[in-house]
Design a protein around this ligand. Structure first.
Ligand SMILES: NC(=O)c1ccc[n+]([C@@H]2O[C@H](COP(=O)([O-])OP(=O)(O)OC[C@H]3O[C@@H](n4cnc5c(N)ncnc54)[C@H](OP(=O)(O)O)[C@@H]3O)[C@@H](O)[C@H]2O)c1
Length: 333
């Protein structure tokens, strides 16, 4: 006798998989719409907006999407729903999605480790792939944490961070990282030809998930995270200094070994640049020995597109795994 799960899998093999997007009119939601529409196995079941309900927009590639109100969509018409709603609003909608019997990928911070006591799979794909495969609910990581934790991953996993020390992260993001809600400090005149730090004081909301992940890896180290605003639309560059347990002659080999065969991780010798990762679902990483220091220390640089690997792209990568599909389907490498 076939289980409901097996019946669903057989159905998906014969038909396209209906996908819903909550918060589709936002920056992450728009990229999700474009990815779902070009995905060979997905079809768009619904795309919601709040104030912009009823609007039709043209996406890159020419397809048009009309946004509907979230209260007007039958959530059960989708097999999987992406929630690209703001923090605070998202968790409640994800619960409604789950109650309707659909799988969910939540792009907000609401359900990420460090922000909830619930045991929800953290969707840092290359680190948690086995848990993501077949999961019903995945909390997609934040954009900065994706760039930072992926850059640090080999050192965290192999216990190479010197115990009791501090990992120092200075990272910069393009303005789409702040979402579409209009703000005076994000006006063109305020950001263009300018570069500044924000979230000073080591209390940015992304720190809780990064601290929780570092602790999950069994690493005893502090994190200092200072974000900066880039005068560009998209892209994140994270610059990290990591005190290590002992000198490493060829640090890049660590990243090459950990990520070999990973389709979306690029290990490079030259410093990664945001333009090399724009509109791509990749993390580009390099690592170097820092000289003239008493404590052996590595410099790690990591670049992503905050809306792709930092949001919509990683969410689709996770959805592919949740639905038993090839992880790379529909994603720009
Ligand atoms: N931007 C990034 O780089 C990035 C990266 C990773 C994760 N995320 C997370 O992804 C989520 C979306 O981010 P975003 O930057 O795309 O935000 P955004 O541009 O501000 O878009 C928010 C979306 O949610 C809708 N919305 C707002 N309030 C709502 C409500 N009360 N009920 C129903 N819908 C509502 C908006 O509709 P209207 O347009 O009609 O107002 C819009 O579709 C956030 O949780 C964010 O933290 C963002």
């Amino acid at each position: 006798m076939l289980t409901q799960e097996n019946r669903n899998i057989m159905h998906y093999l014969m038909h396209k998989i209906p996908i819903g997007i909550l918060g589709a009119s936002g920056y992450a939601g728009r990229d999700l719409c474009a990815l779902v529409l070009r995905h060979p196995r997905f079809e768009l079941a619904f795309a919601t907006a709040n104030g912009r309900r009823g609007e039709t927009v043209e996406l890159p590639g020419g397809a048009a999407v009309t946004f509907v109100a979230p209260d007007d969509v039958p959530l059960s018409s989708a097999a999987l729903v992406f929630s690209a709603l703001p923090h605070g609003t998202s968790a409640e909608w994800v619960q409604r999605v789950r109650d309707a019997g659909a799988r969910a990928v939540d792009l907000s911070a609401d359900l990420r480790i460090g922000n909830t006591d619930a045991d929800i799979v953290y969707g840092l794909t290359e680190a948690r792939r086995d848990e993501i495969r077949g999961a019903d609910l995945v909390a997609n990581p934040g954009c900065y944490p994706t760039s930072i934790l992926m850059g640090l991953l080999p050192l965290l996993e192999q216990g190479l961070v010197a115990p009791g020390t501090t990992i120092n992260v200075s990272a910069a993001s393009g303005v789409t990282g702040a979402g579409m809600t209009p703000r005076a400090d994000l006006l063109y005149g305020e950001i263009t030809e300018n570069f500044r730090a924000y979230g000073i004081g080591n209390n940015h909301r992304h720190l809780s998930e990064m601290r929780a992940f570092v602790a999950e890896e069994g690493v005893n180290a502090d994190l200092i995270f200072t974000p900066h605003l880039l005068p560009t639309a998209r892209g994140i560059l994270a610059t990290m200094t990591v005190p290590i347990t002992a000198p490493i002659a060829d640090p890049l080999a660590l990243w090459q070994q950990r990520f070999h065969n990973e389709p979306f991780i690029e290990i490079v010798r030259t410093p990664p640049e945001t333009r090399h990762v724009a509109h791509r679902n990749v993390v580009r990483i390099t690592a170097h020995v820092l000289e003239h220091l008493r404590q052996p220390t590595l410099l790690v640089l990591s670049a992503i597109d905050n809306l792709m690997k930092g949001a919509a792209g990683q969410a689709v990568q996770n959805a592919n795994l949740m639905l038993g599909l090839d992880e790379t389907l529909g994603l720009p490498a």
